[in-house]
Design a protein around this ligand. Structure first.
Ligand code: ATP
Ligand code: MG
Length: 503
C-alpha cells in the first residue's frame, strides 16, 4: 500500500464516520467589563433588548441585556454581579427579548424591576410573561378618554380632572407633595375596580416601606402592586422598572380592565439612563443626556391608552412624576415629559410652605382631555369655583396695598379666601364625589361666608360628618347619579342649612 492509498483509506473512514451534528451558536467574547456594563465582540444579528448570557470562569451564567448595538461590538447591561465577569469570557445570544412574569398573582405584592418578589411573602406563581418593551396600541384601537378617574383630591377633581387612559404629569420641586398626590389617588380607587401599580425609581427603600404600610392600612394593597427599583439598585434596574410596570399594566388592560400606573419619578429614570449611556460611551447631548432620551419616555407613556370596545375596552392611566430644580419647568427632561403628557399638575414650594396643601398652582395646572370625563355635578359646580379663585388672585394683589376697597370687592376677597381654604386637604383623606360636591356647593353659594376663614377646615369636616350621618341617602344619590338637578340642589341647600343651625 502506498502512502497515497493509506491517506485515501483514512479519509474514507473519516467521511463514513461523519455525523451531521453541528449546531450554530451566536457567540462572542467579552472585551471589557466595568460598572455593570460589558462590551462584547463577535455577537451577530443581535436584537435590541435581547438577553445575552455570559459564562464566567466558574461556569456561572450571568444574564445581561443588549442595549448598545454597534458595528463590531455591543454594550451589555449586566443584571447580576458584573464583578464575576472577566475579559475573554464567552457571551451567548439567546434570541429572547426580555420579558417579565405577569398575572393577577402580582396584586398585593412588592416586586423588583424584573417583577420578582422582594416582600418576603414567598414565590409568585404566574403562568404568563409579557415583553418589557412593546409597541404602543395603534390609533385605530383607541378611544377618546371619557370616564373619570377620581383622585379624591378636591383641587384636582374640580380643576384638573383626570380621565381613564389619560397621561397626567405631576411636576414640582422636591418635597412639594408629589408622591402624596399619587398615593392618595391610589387609596381613592378602593371599590372602583381599578388595578394600581406604583413604580418607585431610585427612591430610598425605607420611604417605600412606609408607603407600602400606608397602602396596607388603607386597604389599598388589595388592588395594588409596588414595583421597586430602590436607590441601592443598579442604574440598569432603575432604567428597567417603569417598562416592567408597563408590561404588567398591559396584562390587566388586555383583559379589559382599568389600570392606574404611577412612575415616581421619571427624573431619576432619565438620570439612570444617562448614567448607563455614559458608561456605554454614547455621545452625550444636552445636559449630558443621550440623544434618544425623549424616546425613553415617549415610548413608555405612549403605552397608556383607552382601548375601544373591539379591543376589550381596557385602559391604562399614567401619572408620571417629574422633580424640577427651583421650579424650572423649562429644563430638558421636564419640557420633554410635559410635551408627551395630556396635561400637568404643577406643585409649588411657595404654596406648600404657606400651608396650602396640596400645593397646586391652579393657573399653571391643566388637563387637556380630562374635562370630557369629569362627572357632571363637579363640572357644573367647578365653573364658579375657578372664577371665584381667579377673581381672588386678581384682587388679592390690590388688597395687599392696604387701600380701601369697596363692599363688593371685600366680599369677593372674603369668598376667595374661603375658596382657597376649602381646596386644602390633608393626606390620606380622599373625598367622594358627593363630599366634594357639597362643600363646593356650600362655598360657591355663600353658605360659608359667615364662617371665619381660619375655621373653614374644621367646619368642612363637620359638614361631611353631618351629611354622611344624617343625609346618607343624599350622599348616595349624588355618588351614584353624579349629576345635578334642581332637586339635588335643594336637598344640598337644606342639608347645609340644617348643619349651620346645629353649629
Ligand atoms: P420628594 O421630592 O422627596 O419625593 P414629594 O414631592 O414626593 O417629595 P411628599 O413626599 O409627597 O413630597 O411630601 C412631602 C412632605 O409633605 C411629606 O412629609 C408629606 O407627609 C407632606 N405632605 C404632602 N402632602 C400633604 C398634604 N396634603 N397635607 C399635609 N402634608 C402633606
Ligand atoms: Mg416623592
Amino acid at each position: 500500500m502506498t502512502q497515497a492509498d493509506r491517506i485515501i483509506e483514512r479519509l474514507s473512514k473519516e467521511i463514513e464516520g461523519f455525523k451531521d451534528d453541528i449546531s450554530t451558536e451566536n457567540v462572542g467574547t467579552v472585551l471589557e467589563v466595568g460598572d455593570g456594563i460589558a462590551k462584547v465582540a463577535g455577537l451577530e444579528d443581535l436584537a435590541a433588548s435581547e438577553i445575552v448570557k455570559i459564562e464566567t470562569n466558574d461556569g456561572e451564567n450571568i444574564s445581561g441585556l443588549a442595549l448598545n448595538l454597534e458595528e463590531d461590538e455591543v454594550g451589555i447591561v449586566v443584571f447580576g454581579d458584573y464583578k464575576k465577569i472577566s475579559e475573554g469570557d464567552i457571551a451567548r445570544a439567546t434570541g429572547e427579548i426580555l420579558s417579565v412574569p405577569v398575572g393577577d398573582e402580582m396584586i398585593g405584592r412588592t416586586v423588583d424591576a424584573l417583577l420578582n418578589p422582594i416582600d418576603g411573602k414567598g414565590e409568585i406563581k404566574t403562568s404568563k410573561k409579557n415583553p418589557v418593551e412593546k409597541v404602543a396600541p395603534g390609533v385605530m384601537t383607541r378611544e377618546p378618554v371619557g370616564q373619570p378617574l377620581q383622585t379624591g383630591i378636591k383641587a384636582i377633581d374640580t380643576m384638573v380632572p383626570i380621565g381613564r387612559g389619560q397621561r397626567e404629569l405631576i411636576i414640582g420641586d422636591r418635597q412639594t407633595g408629589k408622591t402624596a398626590v399619587a398615593i392618595d389617588t391610589i387609596i381613592n380607587q378602593k371599590g372602583e375596580d381599578i388595578k394600581c401599580i406604583y413604580v418607585a425609581i431610585g427612591q430610598r427603600e425605607s420611604k417605600i416601606r412606609k408607603i407600602s404600610k400606608k397602602l396596607e392600612e388603607a386597604g389599598a394593597m388589595e388592588y395594588t402592586t409596588i414595583v421597586l427599583a430602590g436607590s441601592s439598585s443598579s442604574a440598569a434596574m432603575n432604567f428597567l422598572a417603569p417598562y416592567s410596570g408597563a408590561a404588567l399594566s398591559e396584562y390587566f388592560m388586555s383583559k379589559g380592565e382599568d389600570v392606574l400606573i404611577i412612575y415616581d419619578d421619571l427624573s431619576k429614570h432619565a438620570m439612570a439612563y444617562r448614567q448607563m449611556s455614559l458608561l456605554l460611551k454614547r455621545p452625550p447631548g444636552r445636559e449630558a443626556y443621550p440623544g434618544d432620551v425623549f424616546y425613553l419616555h415617549s415610548r413608555l407613556l405612549e403605552r397608556s391608552a383607552r382601548l375601544n370596545e373591539a379591543n376589550g375596552g381596557g385602559s391604562v392611566t399614567a401619572l408620571p412624576i417629574i422633580e424640577t430644580q427651583a421650579g424650572d419647568v423649562s429644563a430638558y427632561i421636564p419640557t420633554n415629559v410635559i410635551s408627551i403628557t395630556d396635561g400637568q399638575i404643577y406643585l409649588e414650594s411657595d404654596l406648600f410652605n404657606k400651608g396650602i396643601r396640596p400645593a397646586i398652582n391652579a393657573g399653571l395646572s391643566v388637563s387637556r382631555v380630562g374635562s370630557s370625563a369629569q362627572t357632571k355635578i363637579i363640572k357644573k359646580l367647578a365653573g364658579t369655583l375657578r372664577l371665584d379663585l381667579a377673581q381672588y388672585r386678581e384682587l388679592e394683589a390690590f388688597a395687599a396695598f392696604g387701600s380701601d376697597v369697596d363692599e363688593d370687592t371685600k366680599k369677593k376677597l372674603e369668598r376667595g379666601k374661603r375658596t382657597v381654604e376649602i381646596l386644602k386637604q390633608g393626606q390620606y383623606q380622599p373625598l367622594s364625589v358627593a363630599e366634594q360636591a357639597i362643600i363646593i356647593f356650600a362655598v360657591t353659594n355663600g353658605f360659608a361666608d359667615d364662617v371665619e376663614s381660619e375655621k373653614i377646615v374644621e367646619w368642612e369636616k363637620g359638614l361631611h360628618n353631618f351629611v354622611n350621618n344624617t343625609h346618607s341617602d343624599l350622599a348616595e344619590e349624588i355618588n351614584t347619579e353624579k349629576t345635578i338637578s334642581d332637586e339635588i340642589k335643594d336637598k344640598m341647600k337644606n342639608a347645609i342649612e340644617e348643619y349651620k343651625e346645629m353649629v
